[in-house]
Design a protein around this ligand. Structure first.
Ligand SMILES: [Zn+2]
Length: 353
């Protein structure tokens, strides 16, 4: 499995053009790879044995949860029942900007309200320059102004973040893949081991010259006082580990090669599924498991392909959608208590700092 994983990893760098397919046949997990332009047939990379419990078997079977070939459309209530009855307990979540905008974090892509539209104050030639390495080396100040804005403390997690924290507390969260760079998942108390911050994080930083790693916290004072942080060893420019245009995604992103075949439920929350390769993860889960989209609009495979019987959509306001699910789960009071406890903790921390 390790060799296979490495092999897959080599093939699946973001620059590679192709499609990795994982499918389950009986109790075998089959990896195939289709490279655009090389062959019209996917190549079999390997096969791994998986054990399938009876509960999962009911999800795997061609007839879905129904009998025979009748595929009864799954509802949000059904998904809540699957979670409550622990029939789904390896939940993978994909989260995007829509999870953070209710906390006041500017959205990168919404016209008008988006971050790009608000960048005039940074005096940069064009909005995307703030995430371009060439521009960063020439003028790192606009990026550090953004860093100052997004450093932990300015914004608070909302009930969507705390719902994900509850999933973790109940042992149901396999992994949370987030496109957000605001770190609110960490602030909500989800441990870094459960996170894949696909577009990077301010929690760690790297010297652009000697490549030494630092905790983001070490440069907090510099960032807060408007200084560009420098490496204490070589005086090189320190760059928080945010993924810039053209940079490779963090190695942790490739955890999806193991996570998505194991997932028994996929939540897609608050994302337009427009940025690759993150967007393609939505199709990386097994077709037999329920996918739940909680989002303002239909996006990605939920509009471009014929709907699956086990695709569930909860459209409209993201927070309302999450709260509807929480209510169906019977977790409303628990979530309220968690938010109260964590808010008091954050208030106390803010007082001390
Ligand atoms: Zn250095």
């Amino acid at each position: 499995m390790v060799l296979l994983h490495r092999f897959s990893l080599l093939l699946f760098k973001p620059s590679c053009r192709g499609l990795l397919k994982l499918r389950v046949c009986r109790n075998l997990l089959i990896f195939t790879w289709k490279h655009h332009g090389l062959s019209s047939f996917p190549r079999i990379l390997g096969v791994r044995q998986v054990s399938v419990s009876s509960a999962q078997a009911s999800l795997f079977c061609p007839g879905g949860r129904g009998d025979g070939n009748i595929k009864e459309k799954l509802s949000l209530q059904d998904v809540a029942s699957l979670l409550k009855n622990k029939q789904c307990q390896r939940v993978v979540v994909m989260a995007g900007a829509g999870v953070s905008t209710p906390s006041g974090i500017p959205d990168f892509r919404s016209p008008g309200s988006g971050l790009y539209s608000n960048l005039q104050q940074y005096d940069i030639p064009y909005p995307e320059a703030i995430f371009e390495l060439d521009y960063f080396f020439q003028n790192p100040k606009p990026f550090f102004l953004l860093a100052h804005e997004l450093y932990p403390g300015n914004y608070r997690p909302n009930s969507a973040h705390y719902f994900l924290r509850l999933l973790h507390d109940k042992g149901l969260l396999l992994r949370l893949y987030t496109q957000n760079i605001d770190g609110l998942e960490r602030v909500a108390g989800i441990p870094p081991s459960k996170l894949v911050e696909a577009h990077g994080t301010f929690a760690t930083a790297t010297c652009t010259v000697c490549r030494r790693s630092y905790a983001g916290q070490e440069f907090r004072v510099d960032v807060m006082e408007g200084r560009v942080p420098q490496c204490p060893v070589c005086t090189g420019l320190i760059k928080p580990d945010i993924v810039f245009f053209g940079e490779e995604l963090p190695q942790r992103f490739f955890l999806y090669l193991a996570d998505f075949p194991l997932a028994d439920l996929l939540f897609i929350i608050g994302t337009s599924l427009e940025v690759e390769p993150f967007a393609s993860l939505a199709s990386a889960a097994r077709s037999s498991i329920p996918r739940v989209l909680i989002n303002r609009d239909l996006v990605g495979p939920f509009i471009s392909q014929s709907p699956r019987y086990n695709d569930v959509t909860q459209l409209g306001d993201v927070i309302s959608g999450v709260e509807t699910l929480v209510s169906l789960l019977g977790w409303t009071e628990e979530l309220r208590e968690l938010i109260q406890r964590e808010t008091e903790k954050l208030d106390a921390q803010q007082k001390d700092s």
